[in-house]
Ligand binder design. Structure first.
Ligand code: PLP
Ligand code: COI
Length: 336
């Protein structure tokens, strides 16, 4: 296939590729996965994913390494988190090895859509699982689909690693709906759209959510986890039941420790924003996006208009491992 993609212009948008891969759950078991070129699904209007939101998803990436190999970053962690989300929403677990093999198969089948080494792009991997049985009572579905689609992507926030503005929405008349909680589920993100709109209206790219009970502690961004670097160079990230356990944050915490940077996972008071030297958003889609400013009511916290030295070091280390230019000492890469 001649895909004619301009790799340097890629953002984070949908484009059709050659195939996606699908598992179906019927009579209490998952089918073998099947590759298909179709993007269509047939859904009964009474399917509970439409009414009650029994739908979860994941996000991962495959990269072209400097030696030409195509490698997937930690798909085993996506399998574990998908199953954890499935447990919360009473959906069936998938065999982790079968999931990883299906990811490898769909990446291989779409190999010409993996951005070349040096372009800064990646093949984004988006598994989505949803209940399909027609029903009207609030019950778990009997049947499910798990579809793993892929799409070539560049930077999530335009400008690569140029700092973005963030806003903490304060004028909501209820607890701020945070990004996700422990699960990565379709409905949670819809609840973050209104606060994200408020942020966009203030010229900010992303909303930063506080804990929904007291509004005193930082939870996470609408798209990603929060990392603060203190003035004495400590990596601080919120410990909160409302925060999605980010695979990127977990990886960066390990990378930080490998680099001799102290890591603290603890409640982070919003008042600490005044003393942070660097702030970043981290996740599969956003990688590490430096945050240059945080608007919080009538206060504005500023962190500079270029990425800070500690976040740059972490960014280089993570991206180096993902592209095979730094040793993969923790065995995070799975060759497609
Ligand atoms: N937090 C939220 C709300 C997210 O949507 C994401 C991305 O999926 C993350 C955190 C980062 O998670 P990960 O690093 O596993 O992509
Ligand atoms: C990811 O980083 O994989 C996500 O799912 C975040 C989403 C906002 C695109």
């Amino acid at each position: 296939m001649d895909n004619k993609i301009n790799w340097d212009e890629l953002g984070f948008g949908f484009m059709p590729v050659k195939s996606n891969i699908r598992f179906s759950y019927r009579d209490g078991k998952w089918s073998d996965p099947v590759l298909t070129s179709s993007y269509d699904i047939t859904l009964n209007v009474a399917a509970n994913c439409l009414h009650y939101g029994q739908a979860i998803f994941e996000g991962g990436k495959a990269f072209t390494c400097s030696d030409g190999r195509v490698c997937i970053f930690r798909p085993d962690e996506n399998a574990k988190r998908l199953n954890s989300s499935a447990r919360y929403l009473q959906m069936p677990a998938i065999d982790e090895k079968a999931f990883v093999e299906a990811v490898r198969a769909v990446v291989r089948d779409n190999i010409e859509f993996v951005p070349p080494y040096g372009t800064g792009g990646a093949l984004y991997i988006r598994p989505v699982m949803f209940g399909t049985s027609p029903q009207i009572g609030v019950n778990a579905s009997k049947n499910y689909e798990l579809i793993i689609m892929v799409v070539p992507v560049g930077a999530y926030y335009k400008g690569g690693i140029k700092p973005v503005r963030a806003m903490i929405p304060t004028d909501l008349d209820r607890a701020a709906p945070h990004g996700t909680g422990h699960i990565k589920a379709a409905g949670n993100y819809a609840a973050s759209l209104y606060p994200s709109r408020l942020a966009h209206d203030m010229g900010c790219s992303v909303a930063l959510f506080l804990d929904p009970r007291e509004h005193k502690y930082i939870d996470e961004f609408g798209t990603s986890n929060f990392i603060g670097i203190t003035r004495d160079g400590v990596y601080v990230t919120p410990k909160s039941p409302s925060v999605l356990p980010s695979i990127t944050n977990k990886s960066l915490s390990q990378v930080a420790e490998d680099l001799g940077i102290k890591v603290e996972r603890r409640p982070v008071a919003v008042t600490e924003l005044a003393d942070m030297a660097e702030v970043g958003a981290c996740g599969t889609a956003v990688v590490i996006t430096p945050v240059g400013e945080i608007v919080y009511g009538d206060k504005v916290f500023k962190y500079g208009d270029t990425i800070g030295p500690v976040l740059q070091k972490l960014y280089d280390a993570l991206v180096g491992i993902q592209h095979g230019t730094r040793p993969d000492i923790h065995h995070w890469l799975f060759e497609a």
